[in-house]
Every structure is written in C-alpha cells, then in structure tokens.
Design a binder for this molecule. Sequence first.
Ligand code: MN
Length: 492
Amino acid sequence: MTIERVIKKFQDNNPQADTTLIQLAYDFAEKAHSGQVRRSGEPYIQHPLHTAYVLAEMKSDLPTVVAGILHDVPEDTSVTIDDIKKNFGEEISTLIKGITKLGKIKYRGVERYRENLRKMFIAMADDLRIIYIKFADRLHNLRTLDALPQPKQERVAKETLEIYAPIAGLLGVWRLKWQMEDICFKYLYPDDFKKLEYKYEVEKQAERNQFFQKTKKELEQELDRQHISKYQIEYRFKHLYSIWLKMQQKDRKFDEIYDVFALRVLVPDVSDCYKVLGIIHTIWKPKINRFKDYIAMPKPNGYRSLHTTVFGPEGKAVEFQIRTPEMNEESMYGIAAHWHYKHSRGQKNYSDEEDQPQWVKEILEIKKNYKDAHKFVQEIKSANIFQKRIFIFSPKGDVIELPEQSTPIDFAYAIHTDIGNKTTGVVINDKIGTLDQELHNGDLVEIITDKSRSGPSSNWLKFVKTKHAKEMIRKNAQNPIFDRIKGYFSRE
Ligand code: MN
C-alpha cells in the first residue's frame, strides 16, 4: 500500500478536497514508526496505510482518514497525543485519543468481552468516527492474522465476531461486517470454512453468472409481455459465514439452503410485487412451503418482502425476493432490529418481540435521510442521540439503556420485575452503592437480591426515574394496611 493510493481513493469521493494533510500525516507517521516492523516482517507503516485506505473506501471524511494514518502513533512510538494535537489540531487528536482508549483494555474471557463492549458503546457516544477507524484497523489486523500464533488468532477472531461485527451491522456498515465475519469464520472453524469454500468452487463463478443471466432473461421477457416496465433485477450471493450460520441454526445441509444465491426484483409499488410474484409462479413451479408474504405480515423487526423459491431453469432451486425500493432500503439496516444488547458469554439472544431501543430507531431514521457518511456522522452528533441516555452493564454483559439520572432500582426493574421486587442492595463498579444513587454511562451494576423479600418499598417512588419502575413499584408494593393486619394475626 502506498500513500498515493490512499489519496487517490479519497479523491474518488472528494474530487475538490485538499489532501495536503493526508500527505503530512503520512510523513509524520512514517517517521514515528520508522524501524518498526510488523510480525509479518512488513514495515509497520503498512498497517496504518491499509487502515486509512479502508476508511477512504468507506467514504470517510478527511479527519477520519488522517486519524487512520496516525492511529497507532501515540500507542507504539515516543510521540504523544499532545504532539499530534500541536501538528494536526483538536479534532484529529480527539479521534486518536478515542481509539487509544479503546485499545487499552486487556482483560481475558468474559471480563474482557464485557469491558470491550462497554468501551465500544462509550466511544460510540463520543464520536462514531472512532468506531469506524477501529473497524478499519481491525479489518487489516484480521487480514494479516496469519502472522500471529494460533491462540491469539482465535482470540482476535472471537472478539471480532462477538463485538465488532454486530456493531458494524448495527451501524449498517455491511461490507465491513461481512468481510470481518468471513475472515473470523476461516480462523475459528477452518474445516467448515474449507468445505463451504469448496462447495462454492464446485459451482464456478462463471457458471453461476451464466445461470443468473439466463434466469433474468426469461423473467424479463415475461415481465415485458405483461407490461411491467419499471423493474430492476439484482443478483445476490451470500457470504460464507451467513450461510454457515444458517446451516447451524436450522441444522441444514448446504444444498438445502435455498437462498445461497437469490434474485431480487425491485418494483415501484406493492401491487407490482404481487403481480411479479404471480408471473414468477407461472413461469416456474414454486417449491412447497417456501413462499413467505412478509408484506402482508411483516417480520417483527419490520422487514417486508415477498419470498418464494421456485424450480428455475434446469430444475434448479432459485429464491426470489420481491420488494419495493423503499422496502429494500429498510432491509439494509435490518440487523439493528435484532440488536437487543443481550449478550452473555458471547452468545447473542436476539428476541424478535422486544422493541428496538429508541436510539437505534433514531439512528436508522437519520441514516435514511443521509446517504453520505460524513453528513450522517455529523447529524448523529448534532442530534445528541446519546446525550440523554446512559448504557448500564450487568455482570453477565447485558447492556441496558436508561435515561440519564436513573438509579439502581430503575436498572433492576429494567432487567426483570422479579429482580426489581427483590432488590436489597447494589454494587456499582465493584463498590457498594446505594439504591437511590445516580448511575453513569458505562457503569457496571450488580443488583443484590433477597429471595425472602416480600416486595418493593413505596419509598423508592421518590427517586426512580423510569415509568416502568414506577408502575412496577406501585403494582407490587405492599399495602401498609394489609401489612398491619397480617402483623396483627401473626402475633397470635
Ligand atoms: Mn492499529
């Protein structure tokens, strides 16, 4: 990788931009890292260059690309954050500070996982660009994982699957998410990876393309005959990890995963969707039980589309997804709807019934209106999405979103009513706390319960912040008169 390529990539998306600062950052980093080599034997500067290139590919803004070049300077050399601030200004030095903070945590196992997740959320609240730089940094580290000893490879791959990939999905950075996942898959399940990769090779790329063209042509002819003129047909091939995941979850063989490749038909409105479905079913015989109407009955996360699998040309199973461009846009951010902060020991519990957290909704709303990454990030910042909310962590690694100034009781009820009702004490960041104390973003909160406790105290109503906690306390608090009567009888 060269700085010229990074600059060229950046200029592709910003033809007018002055790129002097990128060149200056390169000269600065090159000097700072001089003499350092990576485990692969390459000069160290290659790593920040690749990181910056990925950022330029993602259409990042200038400060982000510059920070990408400089991101390891304060960590690995004698140059300090202050030096960077003097040379490159406040904005860039703040970004780098954020990245350095993210990298500091060196815990093991669940502990490490939880801490990392916590750091990610806090950094996200500071400036989303920090997370993007971290993604690019991680992607290049994954691509050069071969140079590391095996236990470290596994640790990095696991951490990426558990933390980085889901957050990338949440933010709609699909390309990075997929790339990261497939590399991790290769290191964590090498045998499965090789088998799947081979399956792909069996059906050669050219052959697949030919098949797609053939199917597309047959459909186009029929659509034209039926006077449907506005449509777009896309060819979609899933990445290996997602196929493998599906095989695991549904206990299926590769050949039974029908949507390994699929054709997507986009038409202007809903009635066209059903028309196209009818046309597809007249050309090819549909496969039983493979038709799903997610337009009439959207998935709980809001996903809408028609799905059907038919015996296409040569009798091969082909999946079709039929939707409007609007539905297609929405589906890009689908994973955010699955993101419920519930992680325990790296296992994600996605439950469809739960609502999206408010801030995810707001991010998606903004994302819809801002296609340009720079404006999107700016808007997220100015919308203060994270300002009025705090993220509180349980010892198991669950993340609960609460309004500012919430207390341990709010947290307890947010986890579960039974826990709220039985709360007797709290440990906040490994120190004993009080039940009415104000929690802060990133706090690690452990609720202490007593099974014999009969219910909440109505005194709690004086300090709880969330509506949910208030309602639950009112509902479950002991009735004082009833208590007295009970006390009277028990004296007998
Ligand atoms: Mn790095």
